[in-house]
Design a protein around this ligand. Structure first.
Ligand SMILES: Cc1ncc(C[n+]2csc(CCOP(=O)(O)OP(=O)(O)O)c2C)c(N)n1
Length: 376
């Protein structure tokens, strides 16, 4: 007899799911563990970054899915709406529903019980799954998700796992990162350039690479400095630039560059742990740190007071990092890059260049990037 977990995983495989992002729930620890043995899986620090990583995977031609707890859906709303749903990228979300059926943790109830209504209010689709006999019907829905670029939730009742025999054994030994062993950080010198001048200096190194650019003025400036079909201009989903770049990097042999910002990285810093853990050799993150939320008026961020993003990247386990504050230094950093993941911390002055909006629609932006990534 097959365990329900095994049945579900074979259904996913038959429907073509080939990339998973997961964050544990006690009820589905067996499912997540078994799934990772069959389908390429990336463990997450927060569910929202999973939406970004899956969006990147979908741009690179994968059929991604997430396996998370109902409370985690609350952590992913903005990226669901302003990234995958907006850009019409496919995403299947398998949710371990809590807060129902004899739940013992009271705090699980508000989110778990509200979940179906919440999904409906977002204008998204879901299927409630009460027992394993419904798994067969999932395949057809999944195929529609991937053919039509839709988001769909499979809300799985806790009753599903009552006859489960799949367990989970944590790994016996884990070797933690010792950041002190990675050597000293780069010296900090005064910034001399704005984001725009950094983009101009970096532009020759972006040629023929997949480039994911932070939302707002950075994307407009990049369009002005160097538009190319392989540029993914974000229009929403603040904090998702690095996750999207990671999702692409894990699913292509091409070089990937993320242009991120300090405000955006501070919104979702855990994703640097996911980058370090997944360790894609083809990923460079250029964090343009102007100490401010430049796109919304220049309000200071904590990097202008107490945070060193290079130290943050190191602390999360990214080994190859450098700090630059001039055109010559960023050119040097990008001319002979070490193996990725590579974190380039560009100290910049606040201020924006007056440039017009990106004149191409979001679906065309997506189509251009997908076409670029399809080319071998
Ligand atoms: C979730 C969310 N919160 C706030 C905003 C408004 N917003 C758009 S861009 C931006 C600033 C981003 O700052 P940073 O990443 O440092 O990039 P910069 O513009 O400074 O280059 C903010 C706050 C948003 N779009 N989404």
């Amino acid at each position: 007899m097959q365990y329900p977990e095994e049945k579900l995983i074979s259904t996913m495989e038959m429907a073509g799911v080939d990339f998973l992002c997961t964050l544990p729930c006690d009820r589905i620890k067996g499912l997540i563990d078994l799934a990772a043995r069959k389908i390429r899986s990336t463990p997450l620090t927060r569910e929202e970054e999973g939406v970004g990583i899956c969006a990147g995977a979908a741009l690179a031609g994968r059929s991604p899915a997430m396996v998370v707890q109902s409370s985690g859906v609350g952590n992913m709303l903005n990226a669901l709406m302003s990234l995958v749903s907006f850009y019409e990228l496919p995403l299947a979300v398998f949710v371990s529903r809590r807060g129902v059926g004899g739940e013992s943790i009271a705090a699980q109830m508000p989110m778990g019980q509200a979940l179906p209504g919440l999904i409906e209010s977002l204008g998204l689709e879901h299927t409630l799954i009460g027992d394993a006999s419904q798994f067969a019907a999932i395949k057809e829905t999944l195929e529609r998700v991937y053919d039509e670029g839709r988001v769909h939730f499979f809300v799985m009742s806790p009753a599903l796992w009552e006859c489960s025999g799949a367990g989970y054994e944590p790994p016996a030994d884990i070797e933690p990162c010792d950041a002190a062993r990675l050597g000293p950080l780069s010296p900090r010198t005064k910034p001399r350039l704005r984001r725009y001048e950094f983009l101009k200096a970096a532009a020759p190194f972006l040629e023929e690479k997949a480039v994911v650019c932070n939302l707002g003025i950075p994307s407009k400036e990049l369009y002005h400095v160097k538009d190319q079909p392989s540029n993914f201009y974000m229009l929403g989903s603040m904090g998702m630039a690095t996750p999207i770049g990671l999702g692409i990097a894990l699913n292509t042999g091409k070089e990937v560059v993320v242009i991120d910002g300090d405000g955006s990285l501070l919104m979702n810093p855990g994703t640097l742990a996911t980058v370090a853990g997944a360790s894609p050799k083809n990923l460079t993150i250029i964090a343009i740190d102007n100490g401010s939320y430049g796109s919304t008026g220049g309000q200071p961020t904590y990097t202008s007071a107490c945070v060193d993003l290079e130290a943050v990247a190191r602390g999360f386990g990214i080994r190859n990092t450098v700090k630059v504050s001039s055109a010559e230094k960023i050119v040097e950093a990008l001319s002979s890059p070490p193996e990725g993941p590579y974190f380039v911390h560009a100290l910049a002055l606040p201020g924006n260049e007056k440039v017009p909006d990106v004149p191409i629609g979001h679906l065309e932006v997506k189509a251009r990037v997908q076409e670029f990534l399809r080319r071998t």
